[in-house]
Ligand binder design. Structure first.
Ligand SMILES: [Zn+2]
Length: 357
């Protein structure tokens, strides 16, 4: 009984101090061994042997049972690990050259990224819709971060008035297709990434064909038609979507992923604004560094989603007010009856499938 009381006390203390399971197990095993030896080796009638229970056979039997349980659980854990799906990075091993290791060294020393996270980035395929204000920093940072394959779709050409904020383009590339100009800048920054370009306006058919080939979609488009189209296509393809928008001094960004338990863009914005009510950047104006802030946040969310670092903006809408230097976060959930994703309980996607964010 004394030994059992000791064990219970040790367990309670260990749980309060949050000792690792391995330490707790080692402590209990040591206690068991001491009780077994005391019961077997100490002279009969001694106080210590009495305290240990007196019968070594009972301790040996208890040890045998505990051993069988531990072995069974270890075997079960190994089977489970074997049955678990292999993460994408493990499927396609991506060895790095010495130059790449040096280039990504400041990622690799980050505990949340490390070599494993950098491999995931290299194996990842990200599609960016729009090579404008938001696309500029997003594309540059995705390339700099070492995202292996970056797709970009845009039908526009670089114009003089873009250059006040669309910093992926240059004065000498005015008149060139934006996707070509963006590709030149990305490859100049990081020749170790692959850039796929589509010089066309995204429509339903193209989205349905393109989205399944990517792991993550970034929407930096500047109009509501494209924004709603991108959301529907991302929902249909089961792909996570980082969508952002900016006007004047304010921007917003969220990560939408119904297949991962989060809401979609239409869960938050079921009603598309009347034409004219939401003026474009050309009409309302936009301050130069604002797309730099919000577009960089898009790249950051992408890196977090791909590496598993931290907590993404899934289920949260971040609103940044540059004029007053304020940031607000609004919690968002799937909306019952959402026209795009069906809301909670739709399509076999369980509420509990997500991380509850
Ligand atoms: Zn929805």
């Amino acid at each position: 009984m004394t030994v059992l009381a000791l064990a219970a006390g040790f367990l309670a203390l260990g749980l309060i101090l949050r000792l690792p399971g391995r330490v707790l197990a080692a402590g209990l095993a040591a206690l068991w061994l001491a009780a077994l030896l005391a019961s077997a080796l100490l002279p009969e009638g001694g106080a210590l042997r009495a305290a240990a229970g007196g019968d070594w056979r009972a301790w040996a039997a208890a040890g045998l049972v505990a051993g069988v349980v531990v072995l069974y659980r270890a075997g079960l854990g190994r089977l489970k690990a074997r049955a678990r799906p292999v993460p994408p990075a493990a499927k396609a091993p991506a060895p790095f050259s010495a130059t790449e290791l040096d280039r990504y060294a400041r990622h690799i020393v980050l505990r949340e990224v490390g070599g494993q996270g950098q491999k995931r980035l290299k194996a990842a395929r990200v599609l960016v819709v729009g090579a404008g204000g938001l696309g500029s920093p997003a594309l540059l940072y995705l390339a700099a971060a070492g995202v292996g394959t970056i797709g970009v779709i845009d039908d526009d050409d670089v114009s003089n008035s873009n250059l006040q904020r669309q910093i992926i383009h240059t004065d000498t590339r005015i008149g060139q297709p934006k996707v070509a100009s963006a590709a030149v800048a990305m490859q100049a920054l990081n020749p170790f990434v692959t850039v796929d370009t589509w010089q066309e306006r995204l429509d339903e058919g193209r989205a349905a064909a393109l989205f399944p080939a990517y792991d993550l979609i970034l929407d930096g488009s500047d109009n509501f038609d494209t924004r709603y189209l991108v959301n529907r296509a991302a929902v249909a393809a089961g792909k996570p979507l980082v969508a952002a928008a900016i006007t004047q001094w304010e921007g917003q960004i969220g990560l939408y992923h119904p297949a991962g338990g989060g809401p979609c863009y239409e869960c938050l914005f079921p009603e598309r604004p009347e034409p004219g009510l939401a003026p474009s950047c050309a009409e309302a104006g936009v301050i130069a560094p604002l797309p730099g802030v919000v577009g960089s946040m898009m790249a950051l969310e992408a890196v977090k989603h791909l590496t598993g670092a931290g907590e993404t903006l899934k289920g949260r809408l971040l609103i940044y007010d540059g004029l007053w230097g304020e940031t607000r976060i609004i919690a968002a959930a799937r909306r019952p009856g959402c026209a795009a994703c069906g809301g909670p309980h739709a399509g076999g996607v369980l509420d509990s499938a997500g991380d509850g964010a």
